[in-house]
Design a protein around this ligand. Structure first.
Ligand code: ADP
Length: 269
């Protein structure tokens, strides 16, 4: 009898603990969406207005322009990070924006996002490129290679494009940050979308390969000391990929390079 009561109490406790976790998550969602999104957007619009509307707000000195530029750049960074966190939370709640979209275009957009922080000059050139061939040519000069085979060269993919772009951008940024010379992206797959992102960088030691997918982990390695980051990226990528019913694997060898392989099934139509 006592055992049963214990079990019942325990179940009650577990229920309320679960409820608390859900409430906690909802509070976090609210905080991110309402309480952080609007003040950030006010800061960003104000800085942009001051920079662009001198007829209304007065002419700025060069030093003031530089400082406002800095505010604007950093607030955009914070907005992007916030957007990424919201997408991760949405995916954990099973919220997806189903649409058909081109994988080639998504790869292109993700590269521009990733290069904006690692090679801004290349990103600017890519932005102005007029054809896919020109786009590829610019990437080749920076030792970046794209290979597209399989069904999604021509057929649209059905999923949440924002989330796919976030996955690609994170993997591409890492490959660009940690490569020695080259990095490449290969797209394939006939039903599930397969993406491989590889680089010829310092690699990840076998004993640390599991840890890098956990939140806030940065490898405790002096070779990485010059590379900035929050240690949020790969944990977020794994959460997104798994919420999409896919998986992510890593093949890496120290001083040879790393290859991340992602498999994502389409949302059934
Ligand atoms: P961040 O890059 O912001 O630190 P990530 O979650 O993207 O966070 O990566 C976690 C850690 O995994 C990085 O700090 C780095 O040590 C390691 N890592 C990720 N990608 C690579 C890569 N392509 N080559 C070598 N190390 C990597």
């Amino acid at each position: 009898m006592g055992g049963f009561k214990f079990k019942k109490d325990h179940l009650e406790w577990e229920k309320s603990a679960n409820l608390e976790r859900v409430n906690e998550k909802e509070r976090m969602f609210d905080l991110l969406i309402h309480d952080l999104t609007s003040p950030l957007s006010v800061v960003s619009t104000t800085a942009d207005n001051l920079l662009q509307k001198s007829d209304r707000y007065g002419v700025l000195t060069d030093q003031q322009k530089r400082m406002l530029d800095r505010i604007s750049r950093n607030v955009h960074k914070a907005q992007k990070l916030l957007q990424e966190m919201i997408e991760i939370l949405r995916s954990e709640e099973g919220i997806f924006q189903k649409e058909f979209f081109s994988i080639e275009d998504t790869v292109r957009e993700s590269f521009m996002d990733a290069l904006e922080t690692t090679l801004p000059h290349a990103a600017e050139k890519l932005f102005q490129s007029k054809s896919y061939e020109e786009f590829q040519g610019i990437l080749h000069t920076h030792h970046i290679f794209i290979e597209m085979t399989g069904r999604y060269c021509t057929s649209p993919f059905c999923h949440d494009q924002k989330k796919i772009r976030q996955i690609l951008r994170n993997l591409m940024s890492n490959a660009l940050k940690y490569r020695r010379e080259r990095m490449g992206v290969a797209i394939s797959g006939e039903m599930d979308l397969l993406v491989s992102v590889e680089d010829d960088g310092i690699g990840i030691p076998a004993e640390e390969q599991e840890a890098i997918f956990k939140r806030f982990v940065r490898l405790n390695d002096k070779r990485h000391a010059h590379v900035q980051g929050l240690g949020l990226g790969l944990a977020g990528v794994k959460t997104l990929v798994e919420a999409m019913g896919g998986n992510i694997t890593l093949e890496s060898q120290e001083n040879v390079g790393s290859r991340f392989i992602v498999r994502i099934p389409p949302i059934p139509t």
